[in-house]
Design a protein around this ligand. Structure first.
Ligand SMILES: NC(=O)c1ccc[n+]([C@@H]2O[C@H](COP(=O)([O-])OP(=O)(O)OC[C@H]3O[C@@H](n4cnc5c(N)ncnc54)[C@H](OP(=O)(O)O)[C@@H]3O)[C@@H](O)[C@H]2O)c1
Length: 303
């Protein structure tokens, strides 16, 4: 007879160890939560951002994600301040938006200065979301050449690619360029539109032994109009990801997410999915503009 384990209360779970998964083949066990650098860039002061990062570390987060363009550099700058003296204990991803060799070299130097470090563990080519961008990246004198040179010089550990809108572009580029990691949407909000990177991008990435980092877990914040964040997080945690990159603008939001992750919740049942998909669609349709422009693309996608 098997005993049924009672579900762990997420508040009580905060003191439990942080679950980790190997990040690709990099030899780094990443916390299942990677703290995302959108929000502390614009919503937090230097000291609030540092407190958020320090609380995350205290809770077992060891992997942080930022980008050259977040908050016009404020995300990297604030992370650099927060990690002063402890940078060696954590893994840092950042992302370069310039597509040219020269421009990317300059951006990487600036990023490292802001981050107060002389190396970045994982450097992404940021937001590859169109055919035109695909062609820019695969051209000979592109950002890829710049990152590979930085890697050869020991200032970058690994090279990755991120994108959030066009899954066939992402599938193609990871087959043609030797990226070692991919960051793409793995959220229930994406699934609700039947436009899932998990269907085409993740299997190719795994076949190529790439690290997989998931985003849009909370639909870029639209989860706030849902009944609860927990099922959305449960959905993404059970996709084939090494870590979920999630942004927070307060310690309360961080602790809620960490508590759920540490309680190691089960996958969604099919009846829970049936209940959540209409909610995800309704919530999505309340948004317009800004970060949410990408929804229009999903709205055009076949269901
Ligand atoms: N192309 C790229 O490479 C790319 C693009 C976008 C993001 N990213 C990375 O991925 C990270 C996540 O971004 P995302 O766009 O995927 O967003 P997301 O993680 O789906 O949503 C994050 C937002 O959800 C809200 N939230 C967080 N915890 C919450 C809680 N416990 N309860 C209620 N609401 C909560 C916050 O919104 P409010 O602040 O409004 O409260 C937060 O900013 C970013 O920080 C960044 O590091 C990468």
């Amino acid at each position: 007879m098997s005993a049924t384990l009672a579900p762990v209360d997420p508040r009580a779970a905060l003191t439990l160890p942080m679950p980790t998964r190997p990040l690709g083949k990099f030899g780094w066990n990443a916390s299942l939560l990677t703290l995302g650098g959108v929000k502390w860039d614009t919503q937090c002061s230097d000291s609030e951002a540092a407190a958020l990062v320090h609380r995350a570390i205290e809770l077992g987060v060891n992997t942080f994600d930022t980008a050259f363009i977040y908050g016009e550099g404020e995300s990297e700058r604030k992370l650099g301040i927060a990690l002063e003296g402890i940078r060696h204990k954590v893994w840092i991803n950042t992302k370069i938006i310039d597509r040219t060799y020269d421009g990317a070299m300059k951006q990487m130097e600036t990023s490292m200065k802001r981050l107060r470090t002389d190396y970045v563990d994982l450097m992404f080519v940021h937001s590859v979301d169109s055919e035109e961008q695909y062609h820019e990246i695969v051209s000979p004198n592109s950002v890829v050449k710049a990152i590979l040179e930085m890697k050869a010089a020991g200032r970058v550990g690994h090279i990755g690619v991120s994108g959030h809108w066009v899954k066939h572009v992402m599938e193609r580029i990871i087959q043609e360029v030797d990226f070692e990691a991919v960051l793409c949407p793995v959220g229930l909000f994406n699934s609700a539109y039947n436009y899932r990177f998990v269907d085409n991008v993740l299997p190719v990435a795994r076949k190529r032994d790439m690290a997989v980092l998931g985003m849009k877990v909370y639909g870029a914040g639209r989860v706030q109009h849902a009944r609860s964040v927990a099922p959305y997080l449960r959905y993404s945690l059970h996709q084939d990801v090494d870590t979920c990159v999630i942004g927070c603008d307060s310690i309360a939001q961080l602790e809620e997410t960490v508590g759920i992750i540490k309680s190691e919740p089960p996958p969604l049942t099919s009846s829970e999915m049936d209940d959540l998909v209409p909610e995800a669609l309704r919530v999505t349709q309340q948004f317009e503009g800004g970060e949410f422009n990408w929804v229009s693309h999903y709205l055009e996608a076949p269901r």
